[in-house]
Design a protein around this ligand. Sequence first.
Ligand code: SAM
Ligand code: SF4
Length: 327
Amino acid sequence: MLDRYGRIIDYLRISLTDRCNFRCSYCMPQEGLQVLDSSEFLSYEELLRIIKVLGQYGIDKVRLTGGEPLIRHGIVDFIRGINSLGTIRDIALTTNGSLLGTMAKELKAAGLRRVNISLDTIDPARFRRITGRDELHRVLAGLKQASAAGFHHVKLNVVLTEEVGEADLDFFIAEVQQNPVAVRFIEYMPIGRQPLEAGTGLIQSVKARIQVRTGDVLQPCFPVGGSGPARYYRLSQSQGWFGFITPRSEHFCQQCNRIRLTADGKIKPCLLSNTEFDIKKALRSHCSDQEIYEHFARAVWAKSAQHRMGYDQPAGEIHRAMVTVGG
Ligand code: SAM
Ligand code: SF4
């Protein structure tokens, strides 16, 4: 599928649930969230039908996100189902990692290819402050199991809301030096009326501190594992990579290749826009495959040239909280 700016859209990001076992301060509204009744979710059968139809129009990458995708029952069989369609060459997952310790092996066996794990800190007190949960040990166990399971590139997502701590920096540097892991620092996005907590200077700061700490120079390198938004760098002796994702200070919209689907069946042309197209109603009134394609084609055509966050868009103008879309 091509959008009106000539970008090829070959990547579908699916939020499987708006529920989560964590309460990250930058993702969940502070006043709490009224979660959807699970009957509102697109069923796995409905999702497989969508993926099958879009596979005929060039969608060959799927990422499962949420909320926390691993708390939705049946995800392993769903991945197996995507795999058996034969059109999706890359099935990926973004997770908080807390359930990977027990699930990594079966996810890999079902056909999951890549895993991104969100981990902002290895300091238990800070972890608790950010996520509202005392589960750092489970996330670290999940990281270990994911690395052992043999996924094609494990990536760590680190959202920057404040300066990275010294011990955290040492941990991320050691991960990158010793393992084929990509550690990606992400600018905080003030969506879902979250207050603006962090400036955009944190990316430059962590980049500079990595170089001082290692006495090395970060060298730009090819993208790791696909065509995502991160700009990647290597240290001279490292097995892994550092990535920097800068939606606010330096947007990457010209390379956008994705479209999103929320758990309750809204197609979103862009994370940072309030425009949505409902596919659930059509699915539940027995629409044809052609109609499914047309809904997505309309959403692809509605993609704007670039988002406005960090430019002329006020913080909090995006209504949905991140947990209901999937970052
Ligand atoms: N629960 C899973 C997880 O935490 O990885 C998947 C869903 S989470 C919404 C997806 C990604 O979005 C995570 O890497 C998370 O850190 C990131 N994220 C959440 N809120 C964000 C925000 N306000 N700005 C930037 N990234 C955010
Ligand atoms: Fe849950 Fe992920 Fe949002 Fe944290 S970032 S609250 S783990 S969905």
